[in-house]
Design a protein around this ligand. Structure first.
Ligand SMILES: [Mg+2]
Length: 373
């Protein structure tokens, strides 16, 4: 594989990776100034060293004691029992995350949120060279600080991989620029776990082959890596050479989930209508589960034989992910509003006012843990 030639063609992009500094604990410090200067650990309840669960984030004072994200909370307690242990306040973090993402979204034509406190910006069409990208990055840092009073670190590089590793290079409040012709030199001395998807187990295996740094990996025989790790070996080899073709792409948020059913024949059979409504509710429910979402607003849509269409909504006083709650609400909306004198042509069920379930919050936490942010 002739990697050098390939990469020369590719690397004409300028990508920024923006990563908030120890986000959860930084937010807690912002909210409560008495925490400043003290070790702060956000995560599971330590229960005086007997608690289960892990550290979500900790500030730099806590890291001084050897505490890091993803570590069992009981171990953190042993390292520093006098640290301030706080439960995560996801509602607040999500709210601030939205403010930050709105600032970032305005700065780039192509934007991709990556977890709760990180984003990629493709600014290739906005700036001509790395010097301009640096000015843009400094402006972004200022704007975030002015608006939400938090610091971030930014990496600039020819692709997402380099930009992400660069943002982690100098923290907190760092700015690291890696130009295309500097990628080899930049990556070479770094430990292999700095590459995305190279976890502890893979790192150990690589170490036994005498591969410790990304430079070692880049100089290793690519076919041996492929024999040993399959497609992952091929990918690692490409990453070690600084190659990453993946695009910056925004994933759109799910605003609502709905499902409609047109009857084969217009009907006034209440049992058929109710059965259809229930089956629509369970389809909507399945998609909620798939996306780890809960809902607050339920809407039922009724279309009669003359195409007259009505929608009826109910916003619950709480967010829920319960199928029972969904079917109860849709049935009630139908029963209270049904015109018995006309035949039904179509029924529909929609949920909106969506938010992440605990499971998704756990995924965010685990995700953060596994990447050591
Ligand atoms: Mg971060």
């Amino acid at each position: 594989m002739n990697i050098q030639n390939d990469s020369n063609l590719r690397e004409t992009r300028i990508i920024l990776h923006v990563d908030m500094d120890h986000f959860f604990s930084a937010v807690e410090e912002r909210e409560n100034s008495s925490l400043k200067g003290k070790p702060v650990v956000v995560g599971a309840d330590p229960k005086e060293g007997t608690g289960r669960g892990v550290v979500s984030t900790c500030n730099y004072q806590a890291r001084y004691y050897g505490i890091h994200s993803g570590m069992p909370i009981s171990k953190a307690w042993k390292l520093c029992p006098t640290a301030l242990y706080l439960p995560p306040n996801f509602t607040l973090y999500t709210h601030i995350s939205k403010e930050i993402m709105n600032i970032l979204r305005k700065q780039a034509v192509i934007f991709q949120q990556w977890g709760i406190d990180e984003a990629f910006l493709d600014v290739s069409n906005k700036v001509n060279e790395y010097k301009e990208a640096k000015i843009l990055a400094l402006n972004i840092k200022n704007e975030i600080f002015w608006n939400v009073n938090l610091t971030c670190s930014i990496g600039i590089g020819p692709n997402k991989l380099i930009a992400k590793i660069a943002s982690d290079y100098k923290k907190p409040n760092g700015l690291t620029i890696v130009k295309p012709d500097e990628t080899r030199q930049f990556l070479s001395p770094l430990p292999v776990h700095k590459l995305l998807y190279v976890g502890k187990k893979t790192e150990e295996k690589l170490n036994t082959l005498g591969i410790n740094t990304i430079g070692d990996l880049a100089n290793f025989d690519s076919s041996l890596l492929e024999d040993r790790f399959g497609i992952a070996g091929k990918n690692m080899y490409r990453m070690a050479h600084g190659i990453d073709d993946s695009k910056v792409q925004e994933r759109h948020r799910v605003e609502s989930i709905s499902n409609n059913k047109t009857f084969e024949e217009d009907t006034s059979d209440i049992n058929l209508i109710l059965d259809t409504l229930d089956s629509l509710s369970s389809r909507v429910y399945n998609r909620l589960v798939k996306n780890s979402l809960k809902f607050k607003t339920v809407t039922v849509r009724l279309r009669y034989e003359n195409f007259e269409t009505h929608t009826y909504s109910k916003t619950l006083t709480f967010k829920t992910g319960s199928l029972l709650e969904l079917t109860k609400t849709t049935q009630k909306l139908l029963r209270n509003n049904l015109h018995h004198d006309r035949k039904m042509r179509l029924v529909g069920v929609k949920v909106s006012n969506l938010s992440a379930t605990k499971r998704q919050e756990t995924l965010i936490k685990n995700w953060r843990g596994s990447y050591g942010k």
